[in-house]
Design a protein around this ligand. Sequence first.
Ligand code: AVJ
Length: 308
Amino acid sequence: MDHVFLQDVLAGLRLPQKALPPKYFYDQQGSAYFDQICQLDEYYPYRTELGLLPEVARELKHYFERASVSSLQLVEFGAGSLHKVKPVLEELSMVDEFVALDISGEHLKEASSDLAEAFPQLTIKVVQGDFTQPMQMELSSATPMGFFPGSTIGNFEPEEAVEFLRNAGTTLGEESYLLLGVDTKKDRAILEPAYNDSKGVTALFNKNILTRINRELDGNFDLDQFEHTAIYNQQLGRIEMHLRSLTKQEVSIAGERFQFAEGETIHTENSYKYHPEEFERLASRAGWSPESVWLAADGIFAIMLLRR
Ligand code: AVJ
């Protein structure tokens, strides 16, 4: 049994508002569900960012040419299926080393062998780990550039995001860059369906965390007795996903029992949305200066280049 997973789950379910950390969504099945989410019509962040990246990478190439940077080490945080880095590598020819960090090692290994085939000249390193924790990384002589696409940063509380950005700065070192995807604040009529799709894939993704607890931590969640919910909390600027208990029930995990009232929820994810200027202020607090911002049509998604 994974001791850290167990402790995180027990600690979360002992809280008055029961909660589970979203990083535990991504076992093999969860990562596959997430890939399915990315193909949904309602889930605009994936295709919007992917559509913007070739243009961003072309402009970055010119930027680094002007700055006489001829060698880059690209470090992706939470690399997942490696879909986002491809358009960057295609345009940004000065990247000679790529380091992929992800919590789901298996998923990453599969994806990285595809990447090696597509970019035979590239040095590829795969590191399995929890990038929410400070970590040590071998730096090459190339200029380091972090890559954190997908608005994964939205999973952090704003204060944790500042801490992550500070840690990323420490990991990447002086004279480094960070290219980030940030989902923007917008109408709930667009936001909510993105997390509450008509095919029910997000519901499966959300509930998979219970399946995982059942399997890995000897739990007995009855998946039919919980429903997926996702609402935009406009005051806090975040999508909240919960799993709501449909009845009064008891669940046991590794021998510990938890009571659920009818309607009580487990808070499984926050996905914060930021105005670009709001995010720039946050990044500045972590020692990063905003260099450029690229906005998708109607400002529905932002990609930012930060420098320190
Ligand atoms: C991977 C954190 C960017 O918040 O949009 C998608 C995760 N959750 N649908 C997001 C997610 C439900 C996603 N991130």
